[in-house]
Design a protein around this ligand. Sequence first.
Ligand code: C2E
Ligand code: MG
Ligand code: MG
Ligand code: MG
Length: 277
Amino acid sequence: KAKLNGRNNIQCFDASIQRQLSQRSEIENALKHALQQQEFRLFYQPQVDEQGRIFGVEALLRWQKTPDELIPPDLFIPVAEESGLITEIGLWVLKQACQQLVIWQRSSLTQDISISVNVSARQFLRSKFADEVLSVLSETGARADRLKLELTESAVLQDVEASKQKILQLKAAGLTFSLDDFGTGYSSLSYLKQLPVDQVKIDRSFVKDVTEDEGDSAIVQAILAMCNTLAIETIAEGVETQAQLEFLQQHDCCRFQGYLFGRPVPMNELMDRFFKV
Ligand code: C2E
Ligand code: MG
Ligand code: MG
Ligand code: MG
């Protein structure tokens, strides 16, 4: 009887893995198709200073699968990462953002605005990464000092020394770096000191209850103090309320991103809202 059960379990197990695999390969094929058919789009979310003035945007990827099906990145980035397609998708995102920078460079209203681009671990860890970024910049003519790359702790910590070299190479060309989702990983003072990043992005999970939860409030204050000590710029993500904004301002955070200031929107909407002449 036990044997029979064991067998059944194995069969069940097999079937569910089989199902997952076929779903994965379906998504993978659909992603390849999406790249060829240009179904990817970038949305842009404003980043503002203490005065509420926009100084940058974060480019956020969307998959426009059908005219009324807009798929958020959390649903396909993991598959893109595992299949390796993220390299090609990431390159597309970089090109797109750089082309936008070139358009912005032509107007005095927008020439100082920077674009932050998310880079996945698998993309960043490739040895060709820095060269690829530099070629996109030279091909498009975008100003390197307007391009910020957002890395996660998990990407950087896989090989701190190699990451450091890559970051330094690109910083020498004028790019800047942000550590995304900060606070959710190791977040230690000693490794932050070793990494030549310009900015730390406080994860929105801490901002969410920062005014009610003592733990979150303490974590946010500690991150801000730590970055201050190391002279690293900070930006808070997921700012949705005036109370959160006031707390952050009181603790010397002066850059913000969140629904309070604007959701991610297509470029034409962003232009209408922030750069209407
Ligand atoms: P992220 O880089 O941490 O981006 C911030 C996410 O928080 C975005 O979700 C944004 O829409 C959302 N957000 C911003 N403000 C608020 C707020 O006030 N409240 C709430 N509840 N959410 C807010 P989104 O666009 O769904 O992106 C999710 C994640 O997907 C990103 O997290 C990033 O890790 C990844 N991603 C997005 N675009 C790209 C890309 O081009 N390449 C790579 N590798 N990853 C990307
Ligand atoms: Mg990000
Ligand atoms: Mg983030
Ligand atoms: Mg996040």
